[in-house]
Structure formats: C-alpha cells, structure tokens
Ligand binder design. Structure first.
Ligand code: NAD
Length: 367
C-alpha cells in the first residue's frame, strides 16, 4: 500500500490539481484511433467571451509536457486577450506528434470536429507548425477557426498588425524611459528578420533610428538591412551591442542566465512570445539593472486583434490598426503602475488583465 507521502505527491501532481492551480475552466483530451489524433484543448477563461488561441503541433517528449504547455499557453492567451481590450477569453490547443510524420488532412479534420463539438466555446487559429492549408482542413469541419488565408475568405497575415503594435509599444516604453517617444537617433537591435521583424525595421528606420539586425538566415537579415538602411550583425553579437533598445522578434526565452548580464540596453520591447526564460527571476533582474521591459504579451497583441476582428466582425483594417494603437496607452500605464508599486511590468500587466476580467465578471448576469 502506498504511504501517505506517496499518495500526497500523486494528488499534488494530479491533472485536476494542475488544472486547479492554473485556474482553467475546462481541458478537453481528444483521441481518435483511426487518424492517430492526440490533442489537448485548454480553455482557461471565458468570462470575457469565447476562448481564442492557436493550435500548436509539437512532438512533445511526454503527454505531461503537452498538458503543461497547453495549460501555460492558454492561460497566457487569457491575459493577452484581456489586456488587448478584446471581448474574448483565453484558450489554446496542442496536437501531439511530429508534424512531418503524422500531419495529414484526416487528422486535422478530426481535430476540427473536436473543436466544433465545443460549439464555439473555443475558437482556434494558426500557431507553431500549422500553416494556411492546415487551417483550411480544420475549417472544413468547423466555423470556429480564425486567421484564415485570403483564399479562404480570411483577412490574411496578422504580422504587419503585430509589428505595428510592437512599434507603438516600443515608443511608449521610450516615453516612459527617456521622457520622449521619438525613436529618431536611437540605436535599436532587432533579433529576427521574419514577418514581424522586417516590418518593424521599416517603421524604425523610417522614424530615423539606427537599426542593427540579425537572423538565423543571414541572407534574410541582409535583405531587410539593404531595403531599409539597417546594419547586419551576428546572432551572438546582438546581445553585446551598445544599444538603447533590444527587440526580440525571433524566439522565446532569449532573456536568460546567459544573456541578461550582457545586455546594455535601457529598454526591451519585441514581438517574440515568452521572452523571459523565468518570468519572475529574470523580470526582477531587469528591474534591478534598470532595464525597462515592455511585456511581450501586451505589445505583440496586434496579431490577435487582427484575427479576432476578422472572425467576429466585418473586418476593417483601419479599426484593427486603431485598436492596436491603444497598446501605446496601455503600455505607458502598465510601466508607470509597475514603477509606482515596485513590481515588474509583467506582474503589473497580469494584474491589469485580471482586474478587467474581474470587473466584467460582475456584469455577466445582467442582460
Ligand atoms: P517568423 O518565423 O516569420 O520570423 C522569425 C525569424 O527569426 C526567422 O526569420 C528566423 O530565421 C529567425 N530566427 C530564428 N532563430 C533565430 C535566432 N536564434 N537568432 C536570430 N534570428 C532567429 O516569425 P514572425 O511571425 O516574424 O514572429 C516573430 C516572433 O513573434 C515569434 O516568436 C512569434 O511567436 C511572435 N509573434 C508573432 C506574431 C505574428 O503575428 N506573426 C504575433 C504574436 C507573436
């Protein structure tokens, strides 16, 4: 018979304990023998509206890792969507498996049927290892998909809107830090010359900033640099540059034990998700070092604003850009609040998102 401590450990690691700790409303395990589908849908919070968040496909080392990821990502969407001022909640889905080996039409359509069975409580979108065609397959089985390609009647790529939000968020951080939001004459390091990074560089150089850019593919960085009058730097060199602003627009977790002491910037403001390897530890070190961190999930929300308006309204680009522009005011408020309370910007942003959810919850029962 298991002793009391063993039983306690099992209880503490049980799925319900994990779900309770993260505050989820519902977690759906999707399994289908015929297509080999194994997926988990995490619905974190629907107080503000249907849970919206992308579907990620990943060859997880274990089912536990997949569950942990979907719980963490769906909770993140609740905060991102709330802070963006959208009337949607937070959700996310993961499909377990190597996309090169298991992804096919039948599996994706079976997943679409699971999404459909939730009756709109969860709305899915594209995420890591999912492309336009994959979303098209899912959309054959459910209307609860957003961010579809223009060929499928969607408003297309959200990246330009994400880049705009990142740009205005960066300007707000500059206003907070330097007393002026102008980026002219500022030295800015952009990591990643992809869809978001390349458009961001355009905004920055147009305003007169000196931009340094790197990419895993050097030719990509070289092309963006040539088109915009920026300077190519090495992938490691980017952390050591003497710049005013560092803008991570490639990968997550680039602010970590190895890089944090190398950074000489005054501001970090970029589009990449989960930039802080350890939210609490690295968030606090940045405050101690006097580096202002514009929370990623706040300033990269342009993309979700774009797909949300596309799905729930008659899409209008000007409206999407106007809503995205509000990131400037929100970012300024969050940075000021963090300073006032002596907490990290990440903590202030999460508290502001939770406050909005709690306030809206009060009027939920009123028609
Ligand atoms: P992308 O794939 O188009 O571009 C990423 C670029 O980063 C690629 O060119 C890649 O070669 C490069 N890269 C990868 N590893 C690198 C490294 N170690 N150093 C330098 N460059 C490296 O992606 P994107 O759509 O531009 O998104 C950029 C980031 O922003 C991602 O983290 C994404 O999750 C996040 N994000 C994007 C959106 C959006 O609307 N596209 C919205 C929210 C968040």
């Amino acid at each position: 018979m298991a002793d009391v401590n063993e039983m306690k450990a099992v209880t503490e690691n049980s799925i319900f304990t994990q779900v309770q700790r993260m505050g989820h409303e519902q977690v759906v395990f999707c399994h289908d023998e015929a297509t080999g589908l194994k997926a988990i849908i995490g619905i974190h919070n629907t107080v503000l509206g249907p849970a919206l968040g992308g579907t990620r496909m990943w060859d997880y080392a274990s089912d536990e890792d997949a569950l942990e990821d979907v719980l963490r990502l769906s909770r993140g969407m609740t905060y991102k969507n709330a802070l963006a001022g959208l009337n949607i909640g937070g959700g996310k889905a993961v499909i377990i498996g190597d996309p090169k080996k298991v992804k096919n039409e039948a599996l994706l359509r079976r997943f679409g049927k699971f999404v459909n069975s939730l009756g709109g409580k969860y709305v899915t979108a594209e995420d890591v290892n999912m492309g336009d065609r994959d979303m098209e397959y899912i959309s054959y089985e459910t209307n609860h998909v957003c961010g579809l390609a223009p060929t499928m009647g969607g408003a297309g790529n959200p990246s330009p809107v994400t880049a705009y939000g990142t740009y205005v968020g960066m300007k707000a951080a500059a206003k907070h830090t330097f007393g002026s939001d102008t980026l002219a004459g500022k030295r800015i390091a952009v990591q990643g010359a992809g869809s978001v990074g390349s458009t961001l560089v355009e905004y920055l150089t147009k305003e007169g900033a000196t931009v340094y850019i790197c990419d895993l593919f050097e030719d990509r960085a070289a092309q963006v640099a040539a088109e915009n009058g920026a300077h190519v730097v090495g992938m490691e060199e980017i952390y050591d540059l003497d710049v005013d602003i560092y803008s991570p627009c490639a990968l997550g977790a680039t602010i970590n034990d190895d890089t944090i002491d190398r950074l000489k910037c005054k501001i970090i403001a970029g589009a990449a998700n989960n930039q802080l390897k350890d939210e609490i530890k690295h968030g606090k070190i940045l405050v101690e070092k006097g580096i202002v961190y514009a929370p990623d999930f706040l300033i990269n929300a342009g993309g979700v604003i774009h797909v949300c308006l596309d799905h729930f309204t008659d899409y209008n680009r000007d409206r999407a850009m106007a809503m995205t522009e509000r990131i400037y005011d929100t970012c300024l408020e969050i940075l000021e609040e963090a300073q006032k309370q002596g907490i990290t910007p990440q903590e202030a942003a999460m508290a502001a998102a939770q406050k909005r959810i709690d306030q809206v919850a009060k009027i939920k029962s009123v028609l």
